[in-house]
Design a protein around this ligand. Structure first.
Ligand SMILES: Cc1ncc(COP(=O)(O)O)c(C=O)c1O
Length: 449
């Protein structure tokens, strides 16, 4: 057998979440890292790293090679801004920016098509339309599938405000459905209960990077002849994204798994017609390729800037390597923290293959324990944790709250949100930092029992 076929026999590592999941398990088990990696820009640094490790004479631990050194700091920051990009990534982004500075192609330019092409190739999407943000990608996707004034769109309440705001921006009404536990993703059965004659779309969010039940949601959408648009802003690279829906929105804001140096996003779709409408809607309703000639009443000014697309192309080679780091960190957390569930009622997420590990949630079932643990790990070890969406969509004190959401009751969403805590997990995190978080959590819960 050839050396490069030894582990994932006969299979090529594609770089989607299922293959990264398998690779992370191999890395953590110390298995030999010998297999093929699909040649695509997003896999470039991953392939290079694995090749280097394969030919390395030294017995340096694979894990240590994959992760950065621990920073010279006490405490553990939740998401340190100065480490959103590695030194190598910063150099690549700076070179890309310098190239655009010289060309003057700041807004439109050749990098836009190249970036969209590279994303389509990696994501297995027939069409990619890159936009000015993930929020705009959602608005554009919803409008492109036909959502308009007076329509209803069904979505979860435990997301970033962009999800419901995109619905409002279309002049439509957000209708909130409940989630399944423990994953917190939209429940197809609850969605079906909320369908009315005014429903035109279902908008699931892949919460924290975990794929929602897309087969179940597709079945509901088909039964009621409504569109299905994914908020995949936290889920780039996840196996299944784009496969069941009419369109999916991605975000490349700097805090995302594939974060650029400013706001940007994309719509991916299998439909040439929807892609065409997205292009029109993302640039003033103009006929694609024609200057100042409209074919649509209204459009946004939200094509991705050439500057950001050039930076995107420069950073894309690290995408799968960053995904591998996230998956390894998630597995290490799961292995180290699962025993705590014998001490206190606690949900540790499963190590799922359809997950991008944008966020790592722990759910403490005992009322108040989440906040106690948060305070303890902060005081004892300077470990920063977060509660990402502290207020659910229907509970914000906004002028139309009573009218829109006065009678909304989402027992499972509310139960989850009252107890969930997010731990630090990012592609620049060191193993030493993660060990400090794990130790701090064990200490905090030892004090509890
Ligand atoms: C679930 C979700 N939807 C939408 C967005 C909006 O993306 P952007 O910040 O690129 O507008 C984000 C990220 O901020 C998000 O996490």
């Amino acid at each position: 057998m050839e050396k490069d076929q030894a582990v994932v026999a006969g299979r090529t590592l594609t770089g989607d979440s299922a293959s990264i999941h398998e690779l992370a398990q191999g890395v953590l088990a110390g298995a030999p890292l010998a297999f093929r990696v699909r040649e695509t820009l997003a896999n470039h640094e991953l392939a290079k790293t694995l090749e280097t490790l394969r030919h390395s004479e030294s017995d340096t631990s694979v894990l240590r090679t994959l992760f950065p050194e621990s920073p010279d700091t006490t405490g553990v920051a939740f998401l340190p801004k100065d480490r959103l990009l590695s030194p190598e990534e910063k150099t690549a982004a700076a070179a890309a920016f310098a190239g655009v500075l010289d060309s003057g192609d700041f807004t439109s330019g050749p990098a836009v098509d190249s970036f969209e092409g590279a994303l389509s190739e990696f994501l297995g999407a027939a069409h990619t339309v890159a936009t000015g943000s993930g929020t705009d990608a959602l608005i554009i996707a919803l409008r492109a599938v036909g959502v308009g004034p007076g329509d209803q769109v069904i979505l979860p309440a435990n997301s970033f405000a962009a999800t419901e705001n995109a619905v409002f921006a279309c002049g439509a009404e957000p209708v909130l459905a409940d989630v399944t536990l423990p994953d917190g993703n939209l429940d197809p059965a609850s969605v079906e209960e909320h369908i009315t004659a005014r429903t035109t779309a279902i908008l699931p969010v892949h919460l924290y990077g975990r794929l929602a039940d897309m087969a179940g949601l597709r079945a509901v959408a088909d039964r009621h002849r409504v569109s299905l648009v994914e908020d995949a802003c936290q889920a780039i690279g996840v196996t299944g994204v784009g496969q069941y829906s009419d369109a999916a929105a991605l975000s490349f804001n700097p805090y995302k798994n594939f974060g650029l140096c400013g706001k940007s996003g994309a719509v991916i779709t299998g439909s040439a017609e929807i892609a065409e409408r997205c292009r029109v809607l993302s640039y003033h309703g103009f006929v694609p390729g024609q200057k100042n000639i409209k074919c649509e009443t209204f459009g946004l000014n939200s094509r991705i800037d050439n500057t950001m697309a050039a930076i995107g192309l420069a950073l894309l080679p690290w995408l799968s390597l960053r995904a591998l780091r996230r998956a390894c960190l998630a597995k290490r957390y799961i292995d180290a923290l699962s025993p705590l569930a014998r001490q206190v009622p606690l949900d540790v997420p499963p190590f799922a293959p359809d997950h991008a590990w944008h966020l790592f949630p722990l759910v403490f079932h005992e009322d108040g324990l989440r906040d106690t643990v948060r305070t303890r790990v902060s005081r004892s070890s300077g470990v920063e944790t977060d509660v990402y969406y502290p207020v659910l969509t229907h509970q914000h004190e906004t002028p139309l709250r009573e009218k829109l959401f006065g009678d909304v009751s989402l027992p499972r969403t509310e139960q989850l949100n009252a107890h969930v805590l997010h731990l630090p997990l990012h592609a620049g995190m060191s193993l030493g930092e993660q060990d400090r978080v794990i130790d701090a959590l064990h200490d905090a819960l030892r004090a509890q029992t």
